[in-house]
Design a protein around this ligand. Structure first.
Ligand code: FAD
Ligand code: SF4
Length: 570
């Protein structure tokens, strides 16, 4: 029998960006909130003098412990899925602040096209452009409706950036100026302009200068230390939930954080959530936390898994195409990239998680797809994120993998390889989804979440197209030797690509094609809100967290309204 605690107004499952934003907004407005986080407490001091590549980048110190809980993966429905026993394709967050602590900070807004992808694609190219198996849909919200929430997230985090001529209209400039430009970024800019493209500085949550946000949180400027992606920031310069929204919530006296608390069920009766059941990982005790409102912010996999384990919403069935929970899992096509070898040295050991130049000429519907066998596209960027000594050892393709020549080229090119990469968008397909694995369980006996996914012809065409565009830019930059993608193979889970998973509990215009409305409120359970990239019906050609942040602010507004009036908000 679980121990039952006194009721709270709101319980939040997982305290990363989504959970932290919601906690901050609700507590500022007087609600009492309990945040349950399965990982440990974290503070900036943890990272003082800790540029330890082995510990953080290669042994994943800040990430979920896969021996306790992981995902299983299969490429088609015809085969049995196997568990991901060590990290590869993506890295899962755990601990206070979630993956927001070790992210890079590249902070984009999805394009207006993304939110109306089906109607705009059909309008421009006709219905036949969309293959029958591709399940894209309009999101039930427009860019203009979401714009004030993008603005709010950017002000909280202090994003450094400049106008991007091909993105949606902004109500305000970025709160801080763009990051510094390195010599290679200048080369990219010049080359892109010569090719008549529209380069801009990548919007960055690594601050270009010291900044105080509207909540009164002051942070220092970035030191370009190069130990950013996969690391916490020892200067507090990188916007993460621990140094931005969580302290604001704590200051109200209305936010109680319980770490080492692993939520295993959302409890409900009569169509309403009544709280959650969690295991205290320090004692093994099962505890019930009753609440008027439940908010699930445990990232794509756990948001979906908790719905399925708790029997909330109708599970997706790929054979009939019915049901909504687990539907529209999407990823990203990161391999449409190119690397150029130069004679010059670029001091690539210095950099920042979000330092670079990007362009959107080949993203969204910013270019004509009439003669192309894919829709959407991807952001192309040259980033300078810090070439750390163990992981980075690029050599030209024809170099032997060992011996004298390998050593000589490793030294020669350590600081002379520049990459131009792309983030290809990912469309949902009828046979790509998340469900509960029938075989494998977590350390507490609950089924793992199972991914069924592979790249499609759309992805292969897109990757080749983007890789060619990346190579053109490198050519113009003066690279002597260019390596680019020749063919996108099948999706494999063993090499790192991107932690930009999406879908599973998606938003939409009606309960027939979506699990939640545009306030992230479950259609089937009005006091349950599910927030994060699990809400995206497809994945765009950008990093997701700017859009996750905007949707979290939108959800917070909805929850506050719901707490006063009740009922479905849409
Ligand atoms: C190396 C890396 C670099 C990245 N760089 C960028 C970037 O430059 N730009 C960008 O936009 N995005 C980036 N991302 C992605 C970004 O980190 C995520 O989009 C973002 O952090 C998601 O926030 P979230 O709050 O939805 O989820 P998370 O940050 O994953 O937080 C979820 C939290 O919930 C907790 N939790 C889950 N299940 C339970 C449960 N059952 N009980 C209790 N707690 C639970 C987890 O422990 C975790 O702390 C990067 C990711 C990685 C790994
Ligand atoms: S690069 Fe900048 S923001 Fe990133 S960890 Fe270093 S100092 Fe912090």
């Amino acid at each position: 029998m679980a121990k039952k605690l006194p009721k709270t107004d709101v319980v939040i499952i997982g305290v990363g960006w989504a959970g932290g934003i919601i906690a901050s907004e609700l507590t500022k407005n007087g609600l009492s909130v309990v945040g349950l986080e399965r990982g440990k407490e974290r503070v900036t001091e943890d990272y003082y003098m800790a540029h330890d590549e082995l510990r953080y980048a290669l042994r994943y110190d800040l990430m979920q412990d896969l021996s306790k809980e992981t995902i299983t993966f299969r490429s088609t429905e015809k085969i049995r899925a196997l568990p991901m026993r060590q990290y590869g394709s993506f890295l899962l967050g755990e601990g206070l602040g979630g993956a927001g602590v070790h992210w890079n900070g590249q902070t984009f807004r999805f394009l207006p096209y993304d939110f109306k992808i089906r109607s705009m694609t059909e309008e421009r190219y006709g219905k036949d452009k969309i293959p029958p198996e591709m399940m894209i849909q309009d999101w039930g919200i427009t860019y203009d409706q979401l714009e004030p929430f993008f603005d709010k997230f950017e002000k909280t985090t202090g994003i450094s950036g400049e106008e991007n001529p091909l993105a949606g209209k902004r109500s305000n400039p970025y709160p801080t100026p763009p990051m510094l430009h390195t010599p290679s970024m200048k080369m990219f800019t010049e080359a892109a302009k010569k090719l008549k493209l529209n380069p801009y500085t990548v919007p960055s949550a690594n601050l270009s200068e010291s900044y105080t946000n509207p909540d009164g949180i002051a942070r220092a400027g970035c030191q370009y230390c190069g130990y950013c992606e996969r690391f916490g920031c020892e200067y507090g310069a990188k916007a993460d939930p621990v140094v931005t929204v969580i302290p604001v919530a704590k200051k109200t006296g209305k936010f109680e954080i319980r770490t080492h608390s692993y939520v295993r069920r959302i409890l409900h009766t009569g169509g309403k959530a009544t709280g959650v059941m969690y295991t205290d990982l320090t004692t093994g005790e099962e505890i019930e936390q009753p609440a008027d409102i439940v908010v699930s912010t445990g990232y794509v996999f756990n948001n979906t898994r908790l719905m399925l384990l708790s029997k909330i919403g109708k599970p997706y069935d790929s054979s009939s195409g019915t049901g909504v929970i687990g539907k529209n899992y999407a990823y990203q096509v990161i391999k449409g990239t190119a690397a150029g070898f130069f004679e010059d040295q670029f001091n690539l050991f210095a950099g920042a998680g979000s330092l670079g130049m990007g362009l959107d000429d080949y993203n969204g519907d910013n270019f004509d797809h009439s003669d192309l066998k894919f829709i959407h596209g991807g952001n192309i960027a040259h980033t300078v994120t810090g070439q750390r000594p163990i992981q980075n050892n690029p050599v030209p393709e024809d170099t032997p993998r060992w011996g004298k020549e390998f050593k000589a080229n490793s030294l020669k090119y350590a600081n002379s390889v520049l990459s131009v990469g792309s983030q290809g968008s990912s469309m949902p397909y009828r046979h790509h989804y998340l469900d509960l694995d029938p075989t494998y369980k977590d350390a507490y006996g609950d089924p793992l979440i199972r991914i069924t996914f592979d790249f499609e012809e759309q992805d292969r065409q897109l990757a080749r197209y983007l890789s060619d565009r990346c190579a053109e830019i490198l050519q113009e930059m003066g690279a002597q030797n260019i390596m680019k993608l020749k063919e996108l193979g099948p999706y494999e889970i063993t090499t790192y690509q991107s932690t930009h998973n999406t879908g599973g509990v998606i938003m939409g215009e009606n309960p027939g094609n979506s699990a939640i409305n545009n306030y992230m409120q479950m259609w089937d359970m009005e006091n349950l809100f599910v927030v994060g990239a699990s809400a995206f019906p497809h994945n765009s050609g950008y990093n997701p967290t700017g859009t996750v942040g905007a949707l979290a602010y939108r959800a917070a507004d909805g929850i506050l309204e719901y707490s006063k009036k009740g009922g479905l908000l849409v």
